[in-house]
Design a binder for this molecule. Structure first.
Ligand SMILES: Nc1ncnc2c1ncn2[C@@H]1O[C@H](COP(=O)(O)OP(=O)(O)OP(=O)(O)O)[C@@H](O)[C@H]1O
Ligand SMILES: [Mg+2]
Length: 290
């Protein structure tokens, strides 16, 4: 992929860049035992006026999805990259930052804190006073459908509820960039769909840039504006697709013939490690960039 090409051909070059990866490579270990997690990953995300972009990342296990996200978050041991440049808002990434919020599969809640205190934890670190913390935590508990549960502890909640706490705890800080590593992987299909709708609603409100790693092609195509497909051995970015925005409920979009064509084709390409640029659902309506 040519790193000089704007990520989206429809995007004027003048728009500021949110993220730029330029030939980012990460190896673990040294010498002959070095293991390349990702190699020469390049892409650009622009700051689209009045709307964020949701980038879904798909690819087989071990292709470096979490590595990519964690470099973006500034989290060790994946960060820093071994070579290449990773920039956010035009500056090299140096360390984790509240402007880049991460939600991962493990929820990372604090067991000794209540739902409200977990949600407001980042506000406390920022020095926000008790009253405001309580009010804002309550507001966020409501947004994620957990009102009435503010005083419970994580162990009293289902997995789906814990995940909602984790999402609220991240979004309350209004990150410009939201990083989600298989956030809905452990949820049952019904809750998963509710969480997808919730994410779309909150994302529309905040207009942030979202990177979402998922093993579900349906989730990638429903939620994504762009789908980045990665391949393994070595981990690399093979293809970027532009897909329609989630401007209708998941069950409506999923019923459309193009939706199943596209998700099935994407799955086939992923399973066969297809090179970029081949036929995709027999149409040219998906703009390819790679
Ligand atoms: N801390 C580490 N030390 C050594 N190797 C690592 C480390 N973290 C990841 N790797 C290796 O880097 C490669 C990419 O791993 P990564 O976790 O990014 O993949 P992934 O696409 O997120 O996989 P999955 O879908 O299973 O979560 C793998 O081969 C993995 O073994
Ligand atoms: Mg992973």
């Amino acid at each position: 992929m040519d790193e000089q090409t704007p990520a989206n051909p429809a995007t004027p070059k003048a728009l500021p860049e949110v993220v730029r990866f330029n030939k980012v490579t990460k190896s673990f270990g040294e010498g002959p035992n070095a293991k390349v997690a990702i190699q020469d990953v390049s892409f650009v995300v622009h700051d689209l006026p009045n709307q964020g972009e949701l980038i879904a990342i798909v690819g087989p296990s071990g292709c470096g999805k979490s590595t990519l996200l964690r470099i973006l978050a500034g989290l060790r041991p994946h960060f820093p990259a071994t070579s290449g440049d990773a920039h956010v808002f035009g500056k090299p990434i140096e360390k984790p930052d509240a402007g880049r919020g991460m939600v991962d599969q493990k929820y990372s809640l604090m067991p000794h804190l209540t739902v409200a205190d977990n949600i407001a934890f980042g506000l406390k670190l920022r020095g926000v006073g008790r009253k405001e913390r309580r009010d804002r935590a309550q507001e966020w508990a409501k947004k994620v459908g957990l009102d009435g549960n503010e005083d419970k502890y994580p162990s009293e909640l289902s997995g789906g509820m814990q995940q909602r706490v984790s999402i609220a705890a991240t979004l309350i800080l209004e990150p410009k960039i939201l990083l989600m590593d298989e956030p809905f992987g452990a949820l049952d299909p019904k809750i998963r769909m509710q969480m997808q709708e919730l994410l779309v609603r909150l994302w529309n409100e905040q207009q942030s840039t979202v990177f979402l790693v998922t093993h579900s092609m349906e989730e990638a195509v429903y939620l994504g504006d762009r789908v980045m497909r990665m391949a393994a051995k070595p981990g690399r970015l093979v293809e970027e697709l532009q897909v329609p925005r989630p401007d209708e409920p998941p069950e409506v979009m999923r019923a459309r013939p193009w939706f199943s064509e596209l998700t099935e084709d994407l799955l086939r390409r992923l399973e066969t490690d297809a090179p970029p640029g081949g036929d995709l659902a027999g149409t040219d309506k998906w703009r390819r960039r790679a």
